[in-house]
Design a protein around this ligand. Structure first.
Ligand code: DX5
Ligand code: ZN
Length: 218
C-alpha cells in the first residue's frame, strides 16, 4: 500500500531557526515542504514571500509545495517558478480564468494545484479536473495555523475521489488545516493522498514521530 505524502507547513516552524526545519524535512520521512503565501487581501494575514522561498530552495532536497492564498495569482507564476516552486497551487476562488492559469503554471514546468475553501463544492471542478495535478481541500478557513478541523472535509474528500475516478485523472488529493492524529485515519479511508500539517508536527515534542504517525496506514 502506498504511504501518505506528508507536507509539513513551515508556517508553524521557528522562523529564527528555519535551517532546523529544513534539515528535519530533508533528513526525515516528510515528503514535501508546504509553503503558505498570504497577501493580506485574499486572507486576513500576511506570511512570507520570495526571499524566504529562494533561501529554502537552496537547501531543500524535497519538492516545494507552494500554496498561494493571494488574489490574482496569475501575476506571479513566473516569479514563483524562479523562486523554486515545484507544485504551485492557486485558490479556485481567486481565479476568474482558472484554465488559463493552470496552463501557464504547467508551461513553466511546475505541477498545477487548485485549492478549495471550505464552502466551495468539489463539483465546481468537474470541467477542469483533468488539468489539475493536485486538488487541495482546505479543512479550515485559510489564513492561520492552529485552527480546528472542519468535519465536512471527509465528505469533500469522497466527492473528490469519485470525481477523479469518474474522469479517470491522476489528480492527487491533499488536505490542509487542523490535521492531526485524531482525523488522519478517516481521511485515508476517504481517499486522501497528501496531508499538510503545521502545528501538529512543529508543536510536537518529537516532530519526526508525528510525521511517522501521519504516515502510518489505517
Ligand atoms: C492555513 C495554511 C495551512 C496551515 C496549516 O491557511 O494553509 O497550511 O499552516 O496549519 P495547521 O496544521 O496548524 O492547521
Ligand atoms: Zn497551506
Amino acid at each position: 500500500m502506498k504511504s501518505t505524502i506528508i507536507a509539513p507547513s513551515l508556517l508553524s516552524a521557528d522562523f529564527l531557526d528555519l535551517k532546523k526545519a529544513v534539515d528535519f524535512i530533508n533528513n526525515g520521512a516528510s515528503d514535501w515542504f508546504h509553503l503558505d503565501i498570504m497577501d493580506g487581501v485574499f486572507v486576513p494575514n500576511i506570511s512570507y514571500g520570495f526571499p524566504i522561498l529562494k533561501a529554502l530552495k537552496k537547501q531543500s532536497k524535497k519538492p516545494l509545495d507552494v500554496h498561494l492564498m493571494i488574489v490574482q495569482p496569475e501575476r506571479y507564476i513566473e516569479e514563483f517558478k524562479k523562486a523554486g516552486a515545484d507544485i504551485l497551487t492557486v485558490h479556485y476562488e481567486a481565479c476568474t480564468h482558472l484554465h488559463r492559469t493552470l496552463a501557464k503554471i504547467k508551461s513553466e514546468g511546475m505541477q498545477a494545484g487548485v485549492a478549495l475553501n471550505p464552502h466551495t463544492p468539489v463539483d465546481l471542478l468537474k470541467d477542469i479536473i483533468q488539468d489539475i495535478d493536485l486538488l487541495l481541500i482546505m479543512s479550515v478557513n485559510p489564513g492561520f495555523g492552529g485552527q480546528s478541523f472542519i468535519e465536512n472535509t471527509y465528505s469533500k474528500i469522497v466527492d473528490a475521489k469519485n470525481l477523479i475516478i469518474k474522469k479517470n485523472t491522476k489528480t492527487l488529493i491533499e488536505v490542509d488545516g487542523g490535521v492531526d492524529d485524531s482525523n488522519f485515519r478517516k481521511m485515508l479511508e476517504a481517499g486522501v493522498d497528501a496531508l499538510v500539517a503545521g502545528s501538529y508536527i512543529f508543536g510536537a515534542e518529537k516532530p519526526e514521530e508525528a510525521v511517522k504517525i501521519l504516515k502510518s496506514s489505517v
